[in-house]
Design a protein. Sequence first.
Length: 265
Amino acid sequence: MPRIVGEVMTVDVVEAHPETSFKDVVRLLDRHQISGLPVVDGDDKVVGVISGTDLIRRQAGRPTGGWARRFRMPPLGRSASLTESVARAVTARELMSTPPITVHPEQRIADAARVMERHGVERLPVVDEEDRLIGIATRRDLLRVFLRTDDEIRQEVHEEVLTRALGLPAHSVAVSVRDGMATLEGTVRHRSDIPLAIRLTYRVDGVVGVVNSLTHQIDDTLPSGNPPAPGLSHGLGLSGGTPGPSTTGPISPSKGPTGPGAGPR
């Protein structure tokens, strides 16, 4: 079933504290070859996040030309001490972006990816129920789910979605996957099973789209009391029945009569 953030996050997190200096933040990023880090307080609660962009923005905003006049540069003999004083004043507290965008370890990877995209961030601190830092998930971590092979995806759709979740008889629905695009072909008993099968298939990690070629035997979406149309059989494997209509072709998460609410990854 869908993987969660806790399965892909990095638990050995490089972090800074609000009082960490600008230079020390740069050293941490350089030493560990990372592009950002969370800032935590004394209780390990995330209070902000610093990225390379934040550092560049800070440097770009430094005064030039009139720097001495703006800061009332003292005589030459005191210039070094003033420069050191200004450098010490720049800390992680002033550099970090707040409020921090965080996720919990039990959240689905697809949901975390949407949070990351919505806020335009490259990393998400992972926090426990008390908002304490326990890991970090980067864009690269979340993209690992799409490195699954088509056969792995096909097997999960068949076993977890069709057999376990929907309880469909073996071989009643065939699943094929190519480049993450899953195709469902076959006959289900109830019409209401079709949108459910599509929605659950979309939730499988690595699936980028679903092609629906399913038909049904019984239209259980009709108002109560209405008999089924003539010719419809009432059980899988019965001959002489005519399958009900079904929309075929790729199904978009936001379009089409049976688009799932979960959306693409």
